[in-house]
Design a protein around this ligand. Structure first.
Ligand code: AMP
Ligand code: ZN
Length: 466
């Protein structure tokens, strides 16, 4: 039974889709004003894991991740540079998609951009105005929190006693609001040359929260299954998304809320001022493979804080290399004629453990343990004698299933090392000398499976990669 910890109830709940086998998921994407850092990617890889595991379980998934391509930072930076916001964000959108694909994240079904959904945002704002849940003040539009009694149901923050600014989170300098908690849906833009859009309630630009309500409901419907994001977004972003969406539709918004914990660097908060806000590119440029970074980010369950260290990353790189080497070894291993025993059951058990771990709120560290156990047992079996063809297929099939969720193995081809190829060619030569042509052909076929072509010449065997 698949269970998720739902921030809304603060409980581990059985996951039951709203509509039969369909699962609709929204995750808050990046603000594309810079290269994303590895903390951001921890959250997006958690989203990718969720996406892949739902597919693995056989659900028909629609996965949406937005791009925030307008906000105050983007507007002021593009104004400073004298370019449009689209020109300013374009290279970071390309970089983000490249980084996600290097980190082996599946592309979302939809990757909507805020600037392309202004009409959907102004529609929601108009509805809120009609329903008395929003008001205009000095040209801007605010959400009226007092009109939404459920406010606070996600973050469980009590607002008693701090309505007029007891909490540092609350923006008390905006005196034009009826209530300090009220937040902007639409910000007046009076300068004709500044970034803004026309709306029935005047020229302006959207607040950040309204974007996600507009884009999630457009692609997933007014009520959908899962809303995910980093833990810092619980309040105020997600609380405000619920208020705006439910306020406008009168219907429940997302059923399950999943929040990924933060990545820390060497036990410190990531911050520009500390010089430890590594982008994915910074780390890759130090020679680490993206798959090692992905492995490290997946190695701790998403609801636990993860402390990034270079020592940990080296460990992840070795673990990934061990797994890749194992797959190469099994792929290219010689097979015994005997029908083997035991491995089929070992592989089935490992898959069952893997699935039980991920069913338990995506416990990736247990899931990885199940894989490493399988590797250990198969290695020890192989040191006692070759696997049968069926056993080899069982192990490879299990690895394929693991990897459909974790995505840490990468491409199968081109991974086989030169010395492994040479060893197999030598084994083939020996088989030929013994006139065991079936075995020699089998080795040739298996090398072909991993993209290695053999050429018999008068000077011996040459090989090349396909
Ligand atoms: P942003 O680009 O600032 O809008 O953030 C994109 C996503 O990254 C959000 O879901 C944040 O919660 C998440 N995020 C930001 N910093 C970290 C961090 N240090 N660890 C994990 N996730 C983070
Ligand atoms: Zn969002």
């Amino acid at each position: 039974m698949l269970k998720f910890f739902n921030t809304l109830s603060r409980e581990l709940e059985e996951f039951v889709p709203l509509d039969d086998n369909k699962v609709r998921v929204y995750i808050c994407g990046p603000t594309v004003w810079n290269f994303a850092h590895i903390g951001n990617f921890r959250t997006f890889i958690f989203g990718d894991l969720l996406h892949r595991y739902l597919l693995y379980k056989g659900f028909d998934v629609t996965y949406v991740m937005n791009l925030t391509d307008v906000d105050d930072r983007i507007i002021s930076e593009s104004a400073r540079r004298g370019i449009g916001i689209g020109e300013m964000t374009a290279p970071y959108v390309v970089a983000f998609d490249e980084d996600m694909s290097a980190l082996n994240c599946m592309a979302p079904d939809v990757e909507p951009r805020a600037t392309e959904h202004i009409a959907e945002m102004t529609d929601i704002i108009s509805k809120l105005l009609e329903r008395g849940m929003a008001y205009e003040s000095e040209g801007s539009i605010y959400f009226r929190i007092s009109a939404f009694p459920d406010y606070g149901k996600l973050s469980k923050i009590s607002f008693e006693g701090n309505i007029e600014g007891g909490s540092e989170r609350i923006d008390t300098d905006k005196y034009e609001k009826e209530d300090a908690r009220d937040f902007a849906l639409w910000k007046l833009v009076s300068d004709e040359n500044a970034t803004g859009w026309d709306a029935p309630f005047g020229r302006g630009r959207p607040g950040w929260h309204i974007e996600c309500s507009a884009m999630s409901m457009k692609y997933l419907g007014e009520t959908f299954d899962i809303h995910a994001g980093g833990v810092d977004l619980q309040f105020p972003h997600h609380e405000n998304e619920i208020a705006q969406s439910e306020g406008a539709t009168g219907r429940p918004f997302a059923k399950y809320w999943l929040h990924g914990e933060f990545l820390k660097i060497e036990n410190e908060k990531m911050a520009k001022s500390l010089g430890n806000d590594f982008t994915f590119r910074d780390i890759r440029d130090r020679g680490f493979s993206p798959l090692a970074i992905r492995y490290l980010l997946l190695s701790v369950p998403y609801r636990k804080q993860l402390n990034f260290t270079f020592e940990g990353l080296n460990g992840a790189a070795s673990a990934v290399e061990r797994l890749h080497q194992f797959r190469r070894l099994v792929t290219a291993s010689q097979v015994s004629e005997d029908k083997g025993t035991g491995i089929e059951k070992t592989a089935a058990n490992a898959l069952a453990e893997f699935e039980a771990a991920l069913d338990d709120d995506l416990n990736t560290s247990q899931a990885l343990a199940a894989i490493h156990n399988l590797v250990r047992e198969v290695n020890s079996r192989m040191s006692d004698g070759a696997l049968s063809e069926e056993e080899r297929q069982d192990v490879l099939e299990a690895l394929k299933k693991f990897d459909s969720v974790l995505g840490i193995f990468g491409e199968e081809q081109q991974e086989i090392l030169d010395e492994e190829i040479e060893a197999l060619i030598a084994a083939r030569e020996e088989a030929r000398l013994n006139r065991d042509f079936a075995k020699a052909d089998d080795i040739r076929d298996r090398l072909a499976d991993v993209g290695i072509i053999l050429e018999d010449t008068k000077d011996g065997v040459r090989w090349k990669r396909k």
